[in-house]
Design a protein around this ligand. Structure first.
Ligand code: ADP
Ligand code: MG
Length: 564
């Protein structure tokens, strides 16, 4: 076939395919238009998974009668006017592509009315061309109705999933915008039934309750970090809410990010949040979070992809660090102790959760500063020792209830923080062995050992080769002296192949040197453990993310056990 320029209809179909991938994309574009128009009420109605009908009604500014046709022209927009505007986009839309794209793949009717007018303009489009124009009564605002989506694009239709799946994508889009705009009243009707309704109170928590339910909402912690300028650097403002570890989820679907109120997908940001939960969630669990990032518009490029869900930051590392710090700080300052009956079950550990919690990805980001929680800021109240239970748990009393502390997990946390601190200061305490001890390894272990000599030395092991697959150990970390350090080495050599080795070694030393379950402790020992626990940065979980304690609240104690 000779080269030729494509027919405009083909061009518009191709372009539409980039913006409108599935019914939820239509909903997203229409809701964004309503928000850009300043609407305070947005109602979304869908039928048949969005294929038969999508209708979005808003009470925004409306479109002036003389501009309605223009709104359906490609690259026609009221939101930007020049190249400079493109450098700092403050509206959700700006490409002027959504309405024409939708009209290229569906039948569209619009009725719109501006302030001060009693009749609005109505327009119907078929196959991207205007079919009918008229006037119709409509309160101020706009209603766009989209029917028979993709009827003329069978290839696309074929790839759609079941109506249920498409509905869930639609519900997700509306939910995300409800979280981003708590001041807007959203209603979503799916096949005639109310699937979501938010009050538009302006309170993020009200949206969280409607979107995620009261139980999650009760366990959310607020984040608030104002942005600032400092020495020519713009620190982003970070606000929103994050789940306490008690409400973790098994996928990342509960992480929402909004940049200047635009909903975006970002693996970088997801990672920043997950890093902040490091050691607080069991393996395979993911946090719940709604994170709003505000930045000067010039600092973000939103013109990366037609769907506008990807962004590029001028200073990616700064945004990453700011998000991570804000989340970590909220966790450390506000994380509650799990309560018996209420949330303790969420922490029940599985065999996997006893493994290391996170291995940090080895890409370019690993050079970023990890938030080291240096200042002990936690809200553990002063505790008074009551006694020991089953030689495994310490019972203590605080002003807000009774604490049951897992002595091994708590001690592990104390030692873990101590080791990390000593290591970072290069002050690990070492104990020479009276006689060097030989240590034999298999070929696989030997590879790991060879690769990690230096690292083990940093933690206080002195090891040197001594013939065939045999090594001499001359010194060990003081904490492990007279403990099962060789068992620990074996375990470590099995696990040291990847991940953050410093973290792994510190955890392993902590685990092997901490008091065990089943070990009777004196009152002095328990008192000392409690007072050390009060001083660590993250007292509520052990380094593997398991809880160190549970609390029976005063209220629960006062109510008694089923007493009436
Ligand atoms: P963009 O949002 O990128 O400008 P669209 O194709 O989505 O492009 O919309 C084109 C124009 O139509 C917008 O710039 C806006 O002026 C107008 N418009 C679309 N939807 C609405 C609405 N719900 N209320 C008011 N104006 C609207
Ligand atoms: Mg738009």
């Amino acid at each position: 076939m000779p080269i030729r320029v494509l027919d405009p209809q083909v061009v518009s179909r191709i372009a539409a395919g980039e913006v409108i991938e599935r019914p939820a994309s239509v909903v997203k574009e229409l809701v964004e238009n309503s928000l850009d128009a300043g609407a305070r009420q947005i109602s979304v109605e869908v039928r048949g998974g969005g294929i038969s009908l999508i209708r979005v009604t808003d009470n925004g500014s409306g479109i002036p009668d003389g501009e309605v046709e223009l709104a359906f022209d490609r690259y026609a927009t009221s939101k930007i006017g020049s190249l400079e505007d493109l450098e700092s986009i403050s509206s959700l839309g700006f490409r002027g592509e959504a309405l024409p794209s939708i009209a290229a793949v569906a039948q569209v009717d619009i009725i719109t009315c501006v302030a001060g007018k009693s009749v609005g303009t109505s327009l119907s489009l078929k196959d991207g061309a205007i079919d009918k124009r008229g006037n119709q009564g409509h309160p101020q605002g706009t209603t766009v109705t989209v029917r028979n989506l993709f009827r003329r694009v069978p290839a696309r239709l074929k790839f759609l999933k079941s109506p249920t799946t498409e509905n869930s994508h639609i519900a997700n889009v509306v939910s995300q915008y409800a979280l981003a705009f708590p001041e807007v009243k959203f209603t979503l009707f799916i096949d005639g039934r109310v699937a979501l309704r938010t009050p538009g109170s302006g309170q993020l928590m009200d949206s969280v309750i409607e979107v995620y339910g009261a139980e999650i909402a009760q366990n959310m912690l607020e984040i608030k970090n104002d942005g600032k300028w400092e020495k020519k650097t713009v620190y982003p403002g970070i606000t929103g809410t994050i789940g306490s570890p008690a409400v973790s989820r098994s996928n990342r679907g509960y992480l929402s990010f909004f940049i200047n109120r635009r909903w975006v997908n970002s693996r970088l940001l997801a990672w920043a949040v997950e890093e902040a939960y490091h050691g607080l969630l069991p393996q395979g669990k993911h946090p719940v979070a709604v994170i709003n990032i505000s930045l000067p518009h010039q600092e973000v490029d939103v013109n990366v992809h037609p769907t506008k869900t990807e962004v590029k930051f001028q200073n990616e590392h700064l945004v990453f660090g700011s998000v991570q710090k804000a989340v970590r700080r909220a966790l450390i300052e506000q994380m509650p102790v799990p309560q018996i009956g209420a949330t303790a079950t969420a922490y029940v550990s599985t065999p996997q959760s006893r493994q290391a919690v996170l291995t940090s990805p080895s890409d370019s980001l690993s050079g970023l500063p990890l938030v080291a929680p240096q200042t002990p800021m936690v809200s553990l109240p002063a505790l008074r020792l009551v006694g020991q239970l089953l030689s495994s748990y310490i019972i203590a009393e605080g002003r807000d209830g009774l604490y049951l502390i897992d002595q091994h997990a708590a001690h592990e946390r104390i030692l873990f923080e101590k080791i990390k601190h000593q290591w970072s200061q290069q002050e690990i305490e070492v104990q020479g062995l009276l006689e060097p001890v030989t240590f034999e390894v298999n070929p696989r272990e030997e590879e790991v050992l060879k690769a990690n000599y230096q690292k083990l030395a940093e933690f206080g092991f002195s090891i040197e080769p001594f013939g065939d697959r045999t090594y001499l150990v001359r010194a060990v970390p003081l904490l492990l002296y007279k403990k099962d350090w060789s068992g620990m080495m074996r375990q470590l050599l099995d696990s040291l192949s990847g991940g953050d080795w410093a973290e792994t070694v510190a955890k392993s030393i902590a685990c092997h040197s901490a008091v065990r379950a089943g070990q009777a402790l004196t009152d002095d020992e328990m008192g000392e453990l409690i007072s050390q626990l009060e001083r660590v940065a993250v007292p509520h979980t052990c380094p593997h993310g398991r809880p160190t304690m549970i609390r029976l609240s005063l209220g629960q104690l006062e109510r008694g056990f089923g007493r009436s």
